[in-house]
Ligand binder design. Sequence first.
Ligand SMILES: NC(=O)c1ccc[n+]([C@@H]2O[C@H](COP(=O)([O-])OP(=O)(O)OC[C@H]3O[C@@H](n4cnc5c(N)ncnc54)[C@H](OP(=O)(O)O)[C@@H]3O)[C@@H](O)[C@H]2O)c1
Length: 249
Amino acid sequence: MTNPKRLSGKVALVTGGSRGIGAAIVRRFAAEGAKVAFTYRSSPNAAQHIVAGIEAEGGSALAIAADSADPVAVEHAVDHTASHFGCLDILVNNAGGGTPELIGEATLANYEHIFAVHVRAAFVAMNAAAKLMPSGGRIITIGSINAERLPFTHGALYSATKAALVGLTKGAARDLGPRGITANVIEPGPIDTDLNPADGPWAAPARAALATGRFGDVSDVAGLAAYLASAEARFITGAALAIDGGYSI
Ligand SMILES: NC(=O)c1ccc[n+]([C@@H]2O[C@H](COP(=O)([O-])OP(=O)(O)OC[C@H]3O[C@@H](n4cnc5c(N)ncnc54)[C@H](OP(=O)(O)O)[C@@H]3O)[C@@H](O)[C@H]2O)c1
């Protein structure tokens, strides 16, 4: 059950909203009354399908093509959202993924790309959004529990970017707290998506680390994001909140 009016009157931007966790957050925010813009990189049909579904329910959504590797495109997405809907109250930095690489074999190009998509894009978006956000604004960044615990190989670059997001968020919380804007990181454990399928090659060891014995659903993360975006969460800032089925115990 969702409260259909908890985000009524709010405008949100979600990066990487065409699939997976981002798409669930877009749909959840819209169901709770927000007008929602979201970016995508390579899934225009999925993006338009989400817009059509939200509009069919009487909501408002906007899909923006913007590769998070391009800081100009990211800043444009923030400005486009505010000009299209008239303001910006909530930013969710979600776009991401990553190519698994072993230290000793990793390339500088992959290092630069994953830091650009995960860290630079989050900085660019929150820096631009902070210029526009009123009191009550919310910055939510999707990190990973692998910033805290990394029980497998090939994850050094991914983990490093997700850890960097925690520091970036703590600083943003300090800088923006006096203006009534919060900044938090959500650190999901294994969530069943295209990036990390519950029946994929990495699934068995991940499932073994879970107290729940099963992967999370995208709706689990969307529910936490909606709570952090709501007025109720006004005293939570600078936090890195695990939602991991006990993966980090
Ligand atoms: N699934 C998990 O177990 C898990 C756990 C912890 C954290 N996370 C984090 O959660 C976030 C979403 O992951 P997911 O599992 O939902 O992945 P996913 O199913 O692969 O979806 C990724 C989404 O991000 C978009 N995206 C990827 N690279 C982009 C880029 N360079 N520019 C713009 N959009 C981009 C994709 O858009 P297109 O399809 O248009 O390219 C898609 O909408 C990521 O930051 C990931 O690190 C996931």
